[in-house]
Design a protein around this ligand. Structure first.
Ligand code: GRF
Length: 252
């Protein structure tokens, strides 16, 4: 083979490789699912993908900040790339690269920097916080605008902000945020709570809502029984939200 032939076939090979990569990126909407625990919402996504309810969606990566999160086992059982990423708040210090070149001190933690690298490496289109129990910094979120969503086991207003939610029957209930939203609803004695999927913003549990469903609180409900019923709803909502965002992100 002449040198010209070699370069021409090598470049054809590259073109083909690039177009294959492009094709894959174009045709699949890649999720990075972040978990800390049982991973039942991750399972809902896995099942929906395997049941062809989310055509063109794939789980590119599952990340857990807990080594013993059951969700990691779920991911491995379905042969999904799954990584345990220990989480610390230590920030990345300024780095000396060469004379006259020092990187600025990052406002991200070391763990967030590693997470960012992983999400880029696995070419993730949408980051799903599915029971992820760590707060992500504004700097991290800025890198993925409108690309990070969360499942919250309480009702948030449409734009995510404010302290009052009006239910479909007109009742006004407090907005419950944070780790104990299910228990807070029980403690407040409200008759209705629910779950929602929302975009993540730097303010915790206060981003615009993508979809939401109300759930009635029953006599004798405990945090466990109510949370179990909320999760059944969440499993529907997360599939709906991902399906909708996939369609929105389809080219022209
Ligand atoms: C869900 O209830 C979600 O609302 C909350 O964390 C829980 C995660 O459950 N953010 P799982 O790990 O998906 O079973």
């Amino acid at each position: 083979m002449s040198t010209d032939d070699f370069f021409s076939s090598a470049s054809k090979g590259l073109d083909r490789k690039e177009s294959l990569i492009h094709e894959r990126q174009k045709s699949s909407f890649r999720l990075g699912v972040l978990i800390s625990g049982s991973g039942s919402n991750l399972q809902a996504l896995i099942d929906a993908i395997e049941d062809y309810q989310l055509p063109g969606v794939e789980i590119a990566l599952v990340v857990s900040n807990k080594a013993n999160a059951y969700g990691l086992q779920r991911a491995l059982k379905h042969r999904l790339p799954a990584i345990y990423l220990p989480w610390s708040q230590r920030t990345v210090g300024a780095q000396f690269i060469a004379p006259n070149f020092i990187t600025p001190e990052s406002t991200m933690s070391e763990s967030e920097s590693r997470l960012t690298t992983l999400l880029h490496l696995f070419q993730v289109d949408l980051i799903v916080l599915a029971g992820w129990m760590r707060i992500l910094s504004a700097t991290f979120l800025e890198q993925f605008p409108q690309r990070v969503i969360n499942i919250h086991p309480a009702l948030l207003p449409d734009n995510g902000t404010g302290s009052i939610f009006t239910t479909r029957n007109g009742a006004q209930i407090p907005v419950f945020r944070g780790l104990h939203a299910v228990q807070q609803a029980l403690d407040a004695g409200v008759k209705i709570t629910g779950s929602c999927v929302h975009f993540v913003t730097p303010e915790v549990d206060a981003g615009p809502v993508i979809c939401r469903e109300e759930v009635a609180i029953e006599e004798g409900d405990t945090e466990e029984t109510l949370h179990e019923r909320l999760k059944v709803v969440e499993h529907r909502l997360i599939v709906k939200a991902v399906g909708g965002l996939k369609v929105l992100n389809e080219p022209g």
